[in-house]
Design a protein around this ligand. Structure first.
Ligand code: BTN
Length: 254
């Protein structure tokens, strides 16, 4: 039904009408010993979660709300790389499947024409400083109309349909995302992060741009110049000083 070309990702898939958050459902499956690649999809989430404890607006029927279980055997410090890998996979699938000019804002917001249509939440279970498993949560605003958004989102959010004028088949797009995910995940395990970093940089709307990094210690402005080997963003201030941004948020300055 999903038109999958994968051998692992999405082969075990739970498809729900409504759930609190697919992240919680996959966590439960992980704790019960479910194998890598298991997926939960929901038509609607009543408690969808975003980064920094934000809510993720997940009404029925118009988006892709999906979580994937990953069990990478790698050091904990490399997990940010999986966030970037997931962003690349979704971005490539959206571009190939819909023709939309989607780009990535560091670390993992997907934008079309400067507005966000997809968010990624990577959560990790850690024990004794070791990574047990990760849950890659993907939320894509597919067939929303602008009028579907609550007022506080209209200036920042958009959907693939709003930007392309086309209704998109969510089942096919979901399969395309899982196909890309598995392809890139195998590539990453075989060849390391370098190839993912190059793909990310090519799709990025942040690189070579003036950015503002929001930080509890104060904002930093500079030019985003690339990723370091761990997946952190390197920002060069006008003084020439280079700063490595490990997590947080950036905004693009025009
Ligand atoms: C963000 O941009 O803050 C990340 C949003 C992630 C949303 C997805 S939807 C599927 C999965 N389940 C959740 O509760 N959140 C993620």
């Amino acid at each position: 039904q999903l038109a999958l070309q994968t051998s692992v990702f999405g082969r075990k898939a739970l498809i729900l009408d409504s759930t609190l958050s697919t992240q919680g459902d996959v966590q439960q499956m992980a704790e019960q010993g479910q194998a890598e690649g298991a997926v939960v999809l929901a038509e609607e989430q009543t408690g969808g979660r975003g980064r920094f404890g934000r809510k993720w607006f997940s009404p029925p029927g118009k988006g892709i709300w999906m979580s994937i279980l990953l069990r990478p055997e790698q050091p904990l410090r490399n997990t940010p790389q999986l966030t970037l890998l997931t962003g690349v996979a979704v971005c490539r699938a959206v571009r190939a499947h819909t023709g939309a000019d989607a780009g990535i804002k560091w670390p993992n917001d997907l934008l079309i024409n400067g507005r966000k249509m997809c968010g990624i939440l990577l959560e990790s279970a850690v024990e004794d400083h070791e990574l047990r498993y990760c849950i890659a949560g993907i939320g894509v605003d597919v067939n929303f109309e602008l009028t579907d958004y609550p007022e506080d989102l209209t200036s920042i959010a958009t959907s693939i349909k709003v930007e392309t004028g086309q209704q998109v088949d969510r089942t096919k797009l979901t399969a395309a995302i899982l196909n890309e995910m598995e392809h890139l995940y195998l590539l990453y395990q075989r060849e390391g992060f370098g190839v993912i970093a190059s793909l990310w940089e090519a799709l990025s709307v942040s690189i070579h741009r003036e950015v503002k990094v929001s930080n509890p210690q104060g904002d930093i402005e500079g030019t985003a110049i690339g990723l370091d080997p761990s997946g952190a963003l390197i920002v060069e201030k006008s003084s020439g000083e280079r700063i490595t941004v490990v997590s947080g948020e950036i905004s693009l300055i025009d």
